[in-house]
Design a protein. Structure first.
Ligand code: 5AD
Ligand code: SF4
Length: 473
């Protein structure tokens, strides 16, 4: 592929920070501390991007609010992966007409994957005049400059040029949590699964240098974070573009070598690139969660081929068996698309059979949604919506039954957990995760356990989570 990995010079980010400080000075001179609201749709990569937008906003001197009527600046970070996500964004942006009427100086910005699509940027330009600023994922690093242009030029700014993307280091970040942290290891995707819009909006695969990732992980651990999730669309191809020979399994071992007690998680793994070397590293690294999110998407070989997934159902099952050999306690989760164009009822039945064979701990199921510009959007799609919905319901029922059974099998055990949330009003005030990522609602502990590892006795279960008591003392 004719693509050269480009890293943005740090000086460029420093220049953006200078712009952010200039904006802060301007607000200060006006004697006000504006409030910002960042609303995030979609995946963890978007959550992570929103932390960078908040980082810049904090440098501009903004405070933060959840109230759309109180906000001076609203940034909506959008998702394009399915039509439903886009409709929700457009509905909510439409509703901002009221807030803008009540507060005419309010700045409304749209960013992220949805607006990186030309047809969507144009639709926003045409039909949503309340939106002042639109920028795609490739332009996030220059958000201060774009916002300053909105202030200075008093006209709408659109920055959604097509781009293969760069690697940007040093953008400030305001993290959401205290215990859990996102850590991007790479951006973009090269796979071009035929249903997926991601490669078009997020650009080509590009990896951060391992030194940068290790340095950020060290800072996170020093700052008290205990649960680090490495992010990439396809972490298993990490490092290919670096040309240094370091792959994702090597990166895991480097991160595992950082002193301190913490858990390393990662997502997402593409089955075609999941290797024995990775499973061995996961099994041998004591900090690495025994959890694989391994999206299978479909159980029929014909459909997998039409999706351009690069594996057969049998090859997928072999990988699962190998991973379980290395990690008998492995938690396995997946994504499945129901109703890919041309998928027949018999082919869908193969998905059900695969699910029964693997018995996932949990599953994310989606009805196929045509995406503009993708190959699948041009395929004949004769199956009716009602038929697809029936298949979808059958899959959800099976997934729920299997997860319930797998969770119930853990009742009576004592498992080590890490507490990451506390709500004194709730029936089960503490929320925690097991090492392999299962959610546990706990009684018998308080906020002092946040960020702590401790044993929990599992006393109950549902299809989604476990219930238990802290078993300290
Ligand atoms: N329609 C439905 N689901 C999709 N996904 C990606 N693209 C589509 C689409 N066009 C699902 C896949 C992917 C998850 C993040 O979203 O299952 O793994
Ligand atoms: Fe989309 Fe496939 Fe890339 Fe995942 S691996 S982001 S499904 S193209």
């Amino acid at each position: 592929m004719a693509y050269e990995r480009t890293e943005l010079p740090r000086a460029q980010i420093e220049a953006q920070e200078a712009v952010a400080h200039r904006i802060a000075a301007r607000f200060a001179a006006e004697g006000r501390r504006p409030l910002a609201l960042v609303d995030t749709y979609g995946c963890q990569q978007n959550e992570s991007d929103s932390e960078r937008i908040r980082g810049y906003l904090a440098e501009m001197g903004c405070g933060f609010t959840d109230d759309e009527f109180a906000a001076d600046i609203i940034v909506v970070n959008t998702c394009a992966v399915r039509e439903h996500a886009e409709q929700r964004v457009l509905g909510n942006v439409g509703a901002l007409n009221h807030t803008k009427k009540a507060k005419p100086g309010q700045i409304i910005a749209l960013c992220g994957c949805m607006v990186q699509q030309q047809h969507m940027a144009e639709r926003v330009k045409r039909s949503y005049p309340i939106v002042n600023l639109v920028f795609g994922p490739h332009e996030l690093w220059r958000f201060p400059e774009l916002l300053e242009r909105v202030f200075n030029e008093r006209k709408r700014v659109f920055a959604v040029d097509e781009s293969a993307g760069t690697v940007t280091e040093g953008v400030p970040r305001r993290r959401d949590g205290r215990v859990k942290a996102w850590l991007s290891v790479m951006y973009g995707c090269n796979n071009f699964c035929t249903y997926c819009v991601v490669p078009y909006v997020r650009g080509r695969e590009r990896s951060r240098r391992p030194e940068e990732i290790v340095a950020e992980a060290r800072e996170l651990v020093a700052a008290g974070y205990r649960d680090i999730t490495l992010l990439g669309q396809n972490v298993n191809s990490y490092g290919r573009d670096l040309g240094s020979g370091t792959d994702f399994a090597d990166l895991l071992r480097m991160l595992n070598g950082i002193p301190g007690k913490f858990i390393l998680r990662f997502m997402t793994s593409h089955p075609k690139d999941a290797t024995e070397k990775l499973f061995r590293a996961m099994a041998e690294c004591e900090k690495c969660a025994h959890h694989l999110h391994l999206p299978v998407q479909a159980g029929s070989d014909r459909v997998l081929r039409a999706m351009n997934r690069g594996y057969t159902a049998a090859e997928y099952l072999e990988k699962v068996a190998l991973a379980r050999q290395y990690m008998p306690d492995l938690a396995l989760t997946t994504d499945i698309i129901v109703g890919f164009p041309g998928e027949t009822e018999d082919e869908f039945a193969e998905t059900l059979r695969l699910v029964e064979t693997v018995r996932y701990d949990s599953m994310f199921t989606f009805l196929y949604s045509p995406r503009v510009g993708t190959v699948a959007a041009g395929l004949p799609d004769p199956r009716s919506k009602a038929d697809k919905q029936r298949s979808f319901d059958a899959l959800v029922a099976l997934a729920t039954e299997i997860s319930s059974q797998r969770h119930a099998a853990l009742v009576g055990q004592t498992l080590e957990v890490l507490a990451d949330g506390y709500d004194p009003e709730a029936d089960w005030p503490l929320s925690a995760r097991t090492r392999n990522g299962r959610l546990v609602h706990l009684r018998g502990g308080d906020a002092s356990l946040l960020g702590q590892f401790f044993p929990a006795r599992i006393t109950g279960s549902s299809s989604w989570s476990l219930f238990g008591e802290s078993a300290i003392g």
